[in-house]
Design a protein around this ligand. Structure first.
Ligand code: AQP
Length: 338
């Protein structure tokens, strides 16, 4: 149960570090759309400052930010119902981020598995921003006093860190100022895996394009990637238990369930016993039917980038109306004069 002291408010973001993937769509954006019609204020963000924690060509960053905004809108996020922003246009995120850098502990940050995955053996050479970014993510959320954050499974640890930062801030300053944000990790496909390796998350920055479905892929590309997706030789089971130790089969069934808004049990009831030679074309057909209207609409929106910029500028103004007083109060609490 969330604290009634706080307005029910949703914040979530996606990095413009490449094109949108089916993982982002099923893990996050589908939920963004449903939550804007529930009893929440909703703020959705292109987190451009997070993206630059790894090198981004400036032209690509600008293009990907606009394309991501187009992807949100084409998927059903309405600029009339939700506040749509890019992070760098709302400076309060970075201002609160600095305060949270001083609240978060090195030990906490060092345990973040995403940092370990992304830095690999290269910890000496990655940016300081890559290490610190989960504290900025806590600021993205808490500068709006957001009570709920819809995300994929991979972001669970960062949301626990957000709660730790809020709790330590409240404790250290003797206040009850920041809410304990709830993660919303729901649906059949909260962790979509690579099509080439069922043990790896589907990711925008995977060097293999065949590992993911991009929201801008055309029908042929989608069908080809699904046809070539790694699987095993067995038929599909009729029960969920039968997917145990079959990560690639599980992934394709999860994707089917996520796209068709069914549970995995329901899907298996229909497709149990099928070989992949039958299931894969059905999945490809479903994916094309669900995704091609979105990619068509994205292309239409991208033909008018000035309109996207206007939407983001208007969103920034609306966002700052919420964030400015929260930051001002934070400054007062910590003793900043001004
Ligand atoms: N494979 C996935 N399955 C389910 N949800 C996913 N998300 C990302 N990948 C999957 C969810 O999408 C939201 C935005 O994620 P992000 O782009 O900000 O960061 P990320 O998780 O690091 O995504 P990528 O695609 O892997 O980006 P890169 O390659 O740049 O690191 C989050 O809610 C996330 O859970």
């Amino acid at each position: 149960m969330s604290d009634p002291k706080f307005t029910p408010r949703v914040f979530s973001g996606i990095q413009p570090s490449g094109g949108l993937t089916l993982g982002n769509y099923l893990g996050a954006i589908k939920r963004f759309v449903t939550m804007q019609d529930e009893a929440f204020e909703t703020v959705y963000c292109m987190v451009d400052m997070h993206a630059m924690t790894v090198w981004q060509d400036p032209k690509d960053l600008a293009h990907n930010t606009r394309e991501l905004a187009a992807g949100f809108i084409a998927s059903g996020v309405s600029p009339e119902k939700s506040i749509l922003i890019n992070q760098s246009q709302v400076p309060e995120h970075a201002q609160l981020g600095w305060i949270f850098n001083c609240v978060a502990r090195m030990g906490w940050m060092g345990r973040m598995t995403q940092f370990k995955d992304k830095a690999g053996k290269n910890t000496e050479n990655v940016s300081l921003g890559l290490f610190a970014y989960p504290a900025l993510m806590a600021a993205d959320i808490l500068v709006y006093h957001a009570t709920h954050v819809p995300v994929g499974e991979d972001q669970k640890q960062h949301l626990e860190l957000t709660r730790d930062i809020a709790a330590k801030f409240n404790h250290d300053y003797g206040v009850d100022f920041f809410p304990m944000t709830e993660p919303v990790i729901e649906g059949a496909a909260t962790r979509v895996m690579s099509l080439r390796d069922g043990s790896k998350k589907m990711s925008k920055s995977d060097p293999s394009d065949a590992s993911r479905i991009n929201m801008t892929d055309d029908a042929d590309a989608i069908a080809k990637k699904i046809r070539k997706a790694k699987t095993d030789p067995d038929a599909l089971p009729s029960e969920v238990d039968g997917l145990k130790d079959r990560p690639e089969a599980r992934n394709l069934v999860n994707i089917y369930a996520g796209l068709n808004e069914q549970s995995v049990e329901e899907v298996l009831r229909d497709v149990g016993g099928q070989q992949f030679g039958t299931f894969k074309p059905a999945l490809a057909e479903l994916a094309v039917a669900k995704l091609s209207p979105i990619s068509t609409e994205m292309a239409r929106l991208m033909a008018d980038p000035a309109e996207i910029d206007r939407i983001l500028a208007r969103g920034a103004g609306q966002a700052r109306e919420i964030a400015t007083p929260i930051l001002k109060k934070t400054y007062e609490i910590v003793g900043m004069v001004g």
